[in-house]
Design a protein around this ligand. Structure first.
Ligand code: ATP
Ligand code: MG
Length: 284
């Protein structure tokens, strides 16, 4: 078994020499803080407002729910790769970006043996190289698999809310990764903000602890406003970034994406001649 794993490691090493893809993990200490909604809408915005090639992976494998937000069924999912199906047949293109769904039920990734996980990673490595961004939606907490995804990522967006328990749990996640592995590529997102500058207060609390106890400086990626339209979209299985492009939630995500990409936001319908045509039509 060890030999097989070593063999796969060498194969991955060979194919992985010049990869420009950026791996972004979405994680949180506490559950239910808005990771999956962030991941799906962020993927949508990177693809549709910034023209990036994006792959979204649902790594919350035991409790997959990216497919629910995208209103798709789970026929094609990551488990099929482990069962031997080719990864290319399992990637779904929905709303301008590619997605690999997780699967729900007793067969969680935590129960997979190392060899199966390596097999999965080898297949994922094969396709990842054609994307600008690979967004990984994780399960909450500090599980072994989450830690591995985060450690390997170029950056990890840590989602918190202004709730003290969520802030404390975010700190615990950051502390574990930093103390154990000196991993520090965190970007803090404060979700469900209801007041002006609330994100600054939350971030300052988190950064104060990181400074004082870990000697670590954190980065604030941005805030996300509380949005009733988001709750509505979740219920109706619609994407807020698509149906409410001007909602504060969408605008906040666009600002975070713009920072990530290092480019100003491009609206989808920003072709000059298309606009002239629209305006001419409006006049008659
Ligand atoms: N900015 C927001 N405004 C209003 N409601 C929100 C916001 N963000 C998330 N929510 C609510 O929180 C719920 C949980 O969100 P989501 O499933 O994205 O969390 P999660 O962190 O992925 O959960 P889990 O830890 O279980 O994976 C959503 O269904 C939505 O109702
Ligand atoms: Mg989730």
């Amino acid at each position: 078994m060890e030999e097989q794993i070593q063999g796969l490691r060498e194969l991955i090493g060979k194919e992985d020499k010049f990869v420009n893809s950026k791996f972004i993990s979405i994680a949180s200490g506490k559950g239910g803080v808005g990771k999956t909604n962030f991941a799906v809408n962020f993927a949508y915005i990177l693809a549709n407002n910034f023209g990036k090639k994006v792959l979204l992976i649902d790594a919350d494998i035991g409790m997959a729910n990216v497919h629910i937000l995208l209103n798709a069924d789970l026929k094609k999912n990551i488990k099929k790769i482990i069962d031997g199906e080719n990864i290319e047949n399992l990637v779904m293109n929905i709303k301008g970006f590619d997605t690999l769904f997780g699967f729900s039920g007793i067969d969680s990734i935590a129960e997979l043996e190392d060899f199966r996980i390596h097999k999965l990673i080898y297949q994922l490595n094969k396709i990842s190289q054609k994307y600008d961004y690979i967004i990984i939606d994780n399960s909450p907490g500090i599980g072994e698999k989450v830690i591995s995804f985060l450690r390997a990522s170029n950056s990890s967006y840590i989602i918190t809310t202004p709730e003290p328990t969520a802030i404390m749990d975010s700190y615990a996640l950051i502390k574990s990764l930093y103390k154990l592995y000196r991993y520090s590529r965190f970007k803090i997102v404060v979700n469900m903000c209801k007041r002006k500058f609330e994100e600054k207060e939350v971030f300052n609390k988190l950064n104060f602890s990181a400074n004082k106890f870990l000697n670590l400086n954190l980065e604030l990626a941005g805030k996300i406003s509380f949005s009733q339209n988001l709750e509505k979209c979740v219920k109706e299985k619609k994407l807020i970034a698509e149906v409410y492009p001007s909602d504060p939630y969408t605008i906040d995500l666009k600002n975070i994406a713009s920072k990530e990409v290092g480019e100003p936001i491009k609206e989808k319908n920003n072709n000059f001649w298309e606009k002239v045509l629209t305006f001419l039509k409006q006049r008659v």
